[in-house]
Design a protein around this ligand. Sequence first.
Ligand SMILES: C[S@@+](CC[C@H](N)C(=O)[O-])C[C@H]1O[C@@H](n2cnc3c(N)ncnc32)[C@H](O)[C@@H]1O
Length: 216
Amino acid sequence: MRDVDDWFDEAMEKIQSMSPEETVESGVAAGYFDPNVTKQPSCFVKMDSSNIEAYTPKYAVDLIVPYIPKDKVIWAPFSRPEHHFANYLRSLGYTVHNTHFDPKTGVGDDFLTYEPDFDFDVIVDNPPFKGKAKYVERAFQHGKPFALFLPFNSFGDNGIPKLFMANDAEPQLLIPDRRTQFENQPKKGISFKTVYICHGVLPKQIVFRKLHPSKD
Ligand SMILES: C[S@@+](CC[C@H](N)C(=O)[O-])C[C@H]1O[C@@H](n2cnc3c(N)ncnc32)[C@H](O)[C@@H]1O
């Protein structure tokens, strides 16, 4: 029998990954929405399947920098060379290997299956919004420290806590004092906070830090 919580998490993830039109269509089909009164909220950008290219600004990369010693080799597995987890960290003096996969074209190195042919000490990046737990699971499989920039609510879902328990690993959270506005977005405003979910990176389990958006 399936755990009802797991079912709920999957359903929520599916809804969050839908376009506004798909959300309304399925809500109307299920009888939850009246198509005549449903109105999409317009104040927030939606992180759905049509919006997977949300880029991390430098000021959010800065949050994790004090916890990564300069002699550590970083792997940024969701970054093209121009993304800040690659080029900005390099400009700060780090050695960074970046890889990237485009699910639309199938081009690149899929983090879920790719075996790096380089050595690295720590995985640092912002994985796709959809399917968060499977990226954390894959990070654990490499047996190295990681810092993954993910929506805060994913830490309270079932998938990620179960992975920390299965790996007998201490979870660490770096929580900024405000929400990150991602680059490459059609409008400003975001409905959730993004935090670094880490293992083996922070000096203690919870660290609060100030975001300084002025840098970008
Ligand atoms: C949320 S964006 C973050 C981009 C960049 N790392 C940053 O933080 O600015 C996630 C990126 O991962 C790519 N991606 C999607 N699935 C992937 C996979 N399985 N392996 C590696 N990259 C993937 C997407 O195309 C997208 O460019």
